[in-house]
Design a protein around this ligand. Structure first.
Ligand code: AMP
Ligand code: MG
Length: 405
């Protein structure tokens, strides 16, 4: 067995994964299907933003010069709604009603909100204490960005602001990396589905549901499932099929040293090139990673539920984002809310709950499990932090990267 010192650290394992994963093809998709996708093109602003001097409040548009000269009463000469070409203010004794989102009428340079005026027989009377000045309540043309400015680059994960920017650039479609076809393959003769009768010595299958949940929550929807027995022949046959039809194969179980842990050898026989087996971490040390004959990403995640979920978040998700060409993003860093002892020379993934502390602000409160089979203790936690190898005692305030469930 490999000495701990020879095993990659989590950061080294992540770097190996990033180096090896292969890019998914690029496709053009309509805007409504792009949430969470990774952009494979750049996007420049179609126009100045805002594209015209935009009225920011419902009120009356007028010339601030008239205000400075002492005028407080303005005859309402018309109404400027949103979506119509600009009207013109003909003389400084008048104003134009103007609606939020309208173009500022010619001859006006500010908008007095309705709350500041009273209307008396077609005349707007402006409250004396109103702070009228040029461009008051006007969002001036080009203030946010100019036509042609680079707004989005390749590798950007499309969230709400990015989708708004795409739409505002007049793009009904965009080039993104194809959604990965993912299959979760659980293994183990002792495992029984949630809807099947169960014997006292059997265990419910939960990993596929936890992993699928974490993937679905991040927008990955093309997730298939299979469950296989600890049988070399069956594993070989079914995994060959899954490799042929998926970009990402996530196995759980069967990667340890047990007599029925066939996964690594079966994968090798199927031409999946091993990149690493085992990482210097707890839990999840037996994790296996390789690249399939046509570039598939293949993980053998340990079967214990805490290990499987932690390894999915720490390694498999970054692998998928790598295949999508997403720029790597650093995890959040959070101080520990209490001291924690790391007992051995492995990196530790410690479940935590994010809480508000009077002294330190947001902190990660340690919520250790009773081992990697204890997924019940994950209830009420928000994720896990990655702690450096011990033996050592980490004090409250020690800052660690946080991975949310
Ligand atoms: P293995 O890695 O196959 O040795 O499995 C380690 C432990 O995790 C065993 O106690 C298994 O019963 C349990 N386990 C494996 N797969 C699952 C699963 N899909 N759902 C729940 N527990 C599992
Ligand atoms: Mg097993």
């Amino acid at each position: 067995m490999a000495d701990i010192a020879e095993l990659p650290s989590p950061a080294e394992a992540e770097a190996l994964i990033r180096e090896r994963v292969q890019a998914l093809p690029i496709e053009s998709r309509p805007l409504a299907s792009l949430a969470g996708a990774v952009l494979a093109q750049s996007v420049r602003s179609e126009r100045d933003q805002p594209p015209f001097d935009r009225v920011m409040m419902d009120g009356v548009a007028l010339a601030s010069q008239a205000w400075r000269e002492g005028r407080r009463r303005y005859r309402i000469a018309g109404t400027q709604p949103a979506g119509l070409p600009p009207m013109r203010l003909d003389d400084a004794e008048t104003c134009l009603e103007a609606m939020t989102g309208a173009v500022l009428p010619h001859g006006c340079d500010c908008v007095v909100p309705v709350e500041r005026i009273t209307v008396d027989d077609g005349v707007a009377v402006v409250d004396e204490r109103t702070p009228v000045e040029p461009f008051w309540n006007v969002h001036t043309r080009g203030l946010d960005c100019r036509e042609g400015d680079m707004l989005l680059v390749r590798g950007t994960v499309l969230g709400a602001p990015e989708l708004a920017v795409l739409a505002s650039a007049g793009l009904p479609r965009a080039d993104v990396h194809a959604d990965p076809r993912i299959v979760i393959v659980t293994t183990g003769d002792e495992l029984v589905a949630p809807d099947e009768p169960i014997e006292a010595w059997q265990v419910r299958r939960s990993n596929s549901h936890a992993l699928r949940g974490a993937l679905n929550l991040r927008g990955f929807q093309r997730v298939a499932e299979d469950h296989l027995p600890d049988d070399r022949a069956v594993l070989g046959k079914r995994l060959a099929r899954h490799l042929a039809t998926h970009d990402v194969v996530l196995l759980t179980g069967g990667v340890s040293m047990g007599r029925f842990d066939h996964v690594p050898s079966v994968l090798r026989e199927l031409g999946v090139a091993e990149v690493f087996h085992k990482v210097a971490q707890r839990p999840g040390k037996p994790i296996w990673f390789g690249i399939g004959p046509s570039g598939q990403t293949v993980f053998g995640l340990p079967g214990n539920p805490v290990s499987a979920l932690v390894c999915l978040l720490r390694y498999a998700l970054p692998a998928v984002y790598g295949m999508l060409g997403a720029r790597p993003h650093a995890p959040e860093h959070v101080p520990l809310g209490a001291a924690h002892v790391v007992k051995d020379g492995l990196w530790h993934f410690l479940p935590v709950r994010i809480e508000q502390s009077p002294a330190l602000g947001l902190v990660a409160m340690p919520r250790p499990t009773r081992g990697s089979g204890d997924f019940v203790s994950l209830l009420g936690t928000d994720g896990f932090v990655e702690l450096p190898p011990g033996p050592r005692e980490l004090q409250a305030g020690f800052i660690a990267p946080l991975y949310r469930w």
